[in-house]
Design a protein around this ligand. Structure first.
Ligand code: NAP
Length: 252
């Protein structure tokens, strides 16, 4: 298994929110970091600057995780520039405006599922192709970003998003069994209400703050609190943890 500082980590959606926090902590732990983004190049470049300030190598790579060709190119570019890829943080994810299922369009389902499910599957596939010891790879770690929504269901907000995160949990369980003997550990983190921009995408920018008082710990969480768990799963300290779904929710 990989230790800290022994390879390159690709962090999808690494330019903002939870992914950016993972990128910063990964660099501090000695990983070289590919900061993936899809539209906001300034945010990605700012995270790369922080990665480099921590003494690691960083690279911003624009790629839509839902696009197969862009994903395969990203893996090749990252390995060439930063060295063999031994960690994937499968973090990129989207949601859309809050509404009941009865109001949702098929086009919306396609958008959410293509990024949240197909994107995660494509990136995990590429990671297995380069990491699996049976394919000549060095082994590695995959951390999938699920959500507490996978078990809460997000009624009247976005059951489509919640369903996509249920798929991430199932992907984690299945792939962990498939490649556990191939030197690859696969786990998922399920954040609760975390203070990032994603809630604005659902038309409710203050959602985490507003609902935070109802969390058993009485507050929303930070991206850094999620990233600490991700970094633990990337490290040898979790060397026998495989197929786990770890809630980071303040008890929600
Ligand atoms: P965020 O602040 O909205 O950031 C999303 C990131 O994903 C950005 O870096 C964005 O890049 C990138 N991205 C979006 N679509 C992409 C695509 N098609 N290809 C590549 N990158 C893409 O989100 P966040 O809150 O940090 O969420 C990160 C993950 O945690 C998501 O999977 C989300 O479902 C999950 N999560 C979040 C919470 C929460 O409360 N925040 C709770 C549970 C789970 P650009 O800047 O270029 O657009």
């Amino acid at each position: 298994m990989q230790s800290e500082g022994r390879g390159t980590a690709i962090i999808t959606g690494g330019s903002r929110g939870i992914g950016a926090a993972c990128a910063r902590l990964a660099a501090q732990a000695g990983w070289n970091v590919c900061v993936n983004y899809t539209s906001n190049v300034d945010a990605a470049n700012a995270v790369v600057a922080e990665v480099e300030a921590a003494g690691a190598q960083g690279l911003a790579v624009k790629a839509d995780v839902a696009d197969e060709a862009q994903v395969t190119t990203m893996f090749a570019v990252a390995a060439k520039a930063l060295g063999p890829v031994t960690a994937l943080v499968n973090n990129a994810g989207i949601l859309e405006n809050q509404m009941p299922l009865a109001e949702m369009s098929a086009a919306r389902f396609a958008r959410v599922f293509s990024v949240n499910i197909t994107g995660a599957l494509l990136c995990a596939r590429e990671a297995v192709r380069v990491m699996a010891t049976s394919r000549g790879g060095p082994g590695g770690v995959i951390v999938n970003m699920s959500s507490a929504a996978a078990r809460l269901g997000s009624p009247n907000e976005y059951v489509d998003y919640a369903a996509s995160k249920g798929a991430i949990d199932t992907l984690t369980i299945g792939l962990s069994k498939e490649v556990g003997g191939d030197g690859i550990r696969v786990n998922a983190v399920r954040p609760g209400l975390i203070l990032t921009d994603i809630h604005a995408s659902g038309g409710d920018p203050d959602r985490a703050t507003r609902l935070g008082s109802g969390v058993p710990m009485g507050r929303p969480g930070t991206a850094e609190e999620v990233a600490e768990t991700v970094l633990w799963l990337m490290s040898d300290k979790s060397s026998y943890v495989n197929g786990a779904l770890i809630d980071v929710t303040g008890g929600r």
